[in-house]
Write a protein that binds this ligand. Structure first.
Ligand SMILES: [Zn+2]
Length: 154
């Protein structure tokens, strides 16, 4: 079986892309139909603009108007599929595509968190190396020493 699209995408690449869009109709190479030529097919973005007052998109497959769905990429050509339609037109196939996409969303979220934590740890380590830290540490330890001496004398 061919590897799923997002499975073959490396961490760095996955971190550099967006998996959702608020403007699916402005994407490049968007076609208003389902391309018939065979090619690598994957769910590239999801969108849910149901809360916005805006004109609806037309599903490339059933032509029904919708505001929530996915952008399917077939060999570079993109088309919009309404969220209700997707499951019907591709059947189990679509479930596999959606599962691959969902896994990418989870993996990207984990990668972003790791990047954040790594950034915070790096900042903390840098702070340990700063003069401010050494000064505070010295001040702390000398006041502790003074207090020890004070209590010894009393
Ligand atoms: Zn449809």
């Amino acid at each position: 079986m061919k590897p799923k699209h997002w499975d073959t995408v490396g961490d760095a690449h996955l971190l550099s892309v967006e998996l959702t869009t608020d403007n699916p109709e402005t994407l490049e190479n968007l076609v208003p139909y389902v391309p018939s030529a065979p090619g690598e097919t994957f769910v590239e973005f999801a969108y849910d603009l149901r809360k916005l007052e805006r004109p609806k998109f037309r599903c490339a497959h059933c032509h029904q108007r919708h505001l929530a769905g996915v952008v399917v990429n077939k060999d570079g050509q993109r088309f919009l599929v309404g969220h209700v339609c997707g499951a019907h037109i591709y059947g189990t196939n679509f479930a596999v595509l959606k599962k691959d996409y969902d896994a990418a969303v989870v993996r990207q979220d984990i990668l972003r968190r790791v990047r954040e934590i790594r950034g915070a740890v790096t900042q903390f380590l840098a702070w340990l190396d700063t003069p401010a830290f050494s000064r505070d540490t010295i001040a702390l330890s000398s006041s502790f020493a003074l207090r020890c001496r004070g209590s010894a004398n009393s």
